[in-house]
Design a protein around this ligand. Structure first.
Ligand SMILES: Cc1cc2nc3c(=O)[nH]c(=O)nc-3n(C[C@H](O)[C@H](O)[C@H](O)COP(=O)(O)O)c2cc1C
Length: 173
């Protein structure tokens, strides 16, 4: 099953809300995608799952990644780039089997006005190194606190239009 990855382990993050929105919209189009939130990572995985080590807690996560052919990464802006926990996660995944020649769409978000433009550029470099095929249409959700309503839906029509275009493109990619 394909995977939406919520790229932070911060509890009650906006990233997980955006991930759930994408999952819901994909389901409306008959696409069954799973969410992997980095809050699900084992607490000490930087010790138990890096540099060739593998814990039984990480194994089901690795299997989800290995089984997926396509990904949507939801990536918040932390200090002008993508979160460190996301790089740690990618480094912990088996290489090259996890991501090699797989397809990925990127979504950036921030409370500030840039929607993680630079973080998605940085992460694109990482994806290219892993030989991923990055969907050219990237979404930048600036001022995310103003974008989502109380039901965690995007109320702005233009935002919804771009998100739906990206969803259509990753389905066809
Ligand atoms: C460690 C950290 C660094 C952050 N740095 C930035 C930043 O550089 N620019 C920005 O616009 N927002 C920044 N934010 C705010 C996030 O963009 C904001 O929390 C947003 O909701 C997306 O992240 P979330 O998924 O954790 O909620 C930062 C948040 C954290 C926790």
């Amino acid at each position: 099953m394909n995977l939406i990855i919520s790229g932070t382990n911060r509890e009650r993050s906006n990233s997980i809300k955006v991930a759930q929105y994408y999952q819901q919209e994909l389901a409306r189009k008959g696409e069954n995608w799973k969410i992997l939130s980095l809050t699900e990572l084992p607490a000490n995985f930087s010790i138990s799952d890096l540099y060739g080590k593998r814990s039984s807690d990480f194994e089901p996560i690795q299997k989800m990644v290995s089984d997926a052919q396509k990904f949507i990464f939801i990536i918040p802006e932390y200090n002008g780039s993508f979160p460190g926990i996301l790089k740690l996660f990618v480094d912990a995944c088996a290489f090259p089997a996890s991501y090699y020649h797989k397809k990925i769409a990127l979504v950036g978000l921030s409370s500030g006005k840039y929607g993680n433009i630079r973080g998605l550029d940085h992460f694109t470099g990482v994806c290219n190194y892993m030989r991923m095929h990055v969907l050219p249409l990237k979404i930048h959700l600036a001022k995310i606190q103003d974008e989502l309503d109380e039901e965690q839906q995007f109320h702005d029509e233009l935002t919804r239009k771009f998100i739906h275009e990206q969803i259509e493109e990753i389905i066809r990619f």
